[in-house]
Design a protein around this ligand. Structure first.
Ligand SMILES: Cc1cc2nc3c(=O)[nH]c(=O)nc-3n(C[C@H](O)[C@H](O)[C@H](O)COP(=O)(O)O)c2cc1C
Length: 176
């Protein structure tokens, strides 16, 4: 599969098959995340992978907010992307807050996880809305931690690829 096809196939999965996810595939997702680019190669990230079947339904409950995100109860794993301290070059540190680029770095790591999941036949969905405090308590994450993302992972119930609803190239780019 070429890279653009992988990007086309990756879609937010909200209906998961009742099939466990191999631990090795989750390790590969984290390996891909660790290869993402970051400012000054500071790699300001760490990950918590919930794969224990006794734990994953509890993580899903943290995502169920205001009557949405119920569908994540079928996910077989969750990856939490956490922000860590970024060490920038001294020159940059003088003019910028040390965490200035961290959010972008976490975004790159998050997409790498989703694409690595897709490349291995797994579905994924980034979850923005979740009960942060409840999740911290559940996964023993310090309450002061900044979150990059929570990602649901599992085999998709269907391999149908939905049409993408995206802005046109004309709307988003200007070649000069
Ligand atoms: C930061 C972020 C937060 C998101 N939060 C949720 C969420 O809480 N629930 C959900 O069902 N989808 C969530 N999504 C998925 C988006 O709705 C989805 O990426 C977008 O509609 C494009 O569709 P696609 O991923 O299938 O291409 C989130 C995506 C991002 C990047």
């Amino acid at each position: 599969m070429d890279f653009l096809e992988l990007c086309q196939r990756r879609q937010s999965c909200r209906d998961f098959a009742d099939r466990p996810v191999e631990h090795e595939k989750l390790v590969k997702c984290i390996e891909a995340a660790g290869l993402a680019p970051s400012a000054c190669n500071s790699q300001p990230w760490s990950f918590v992978v919930a794969e224990n079947p006794a734990l994953t339904p509890e993580v899903a409950k943290c995502a169920m907010q205001m009557g949405i995100n119920e569908y994540f109860s079928g996910a077989k794993a969750f990856i939490v992307v956490l922000e860590e301290h970024a060490v920038l070059m001294p020159k940059l540190r003088c003019i910028l807050d040390s965490q200035y680029f961290a959010k972008g770095d976490l975004g790159a790591a998050t997409l790498s996880i989703c694409l690595a999941a897709e490349a291995q036949g797994l579905g994924s969905c980034i979850i923005g809305l979740f009960d942060r405090e409840k999740l911290c308590r559940l996964l023993d994450i310090p309450i002061e931690k900044q979150f990059g993302a929570l990602i649901a992972i599992g085999y998709p119930a269907s391999d149908k690829v939905r049409p993408k609803n995206r802005k046109t190239l004309e709307e988003i780019v200007r070649f000069v």
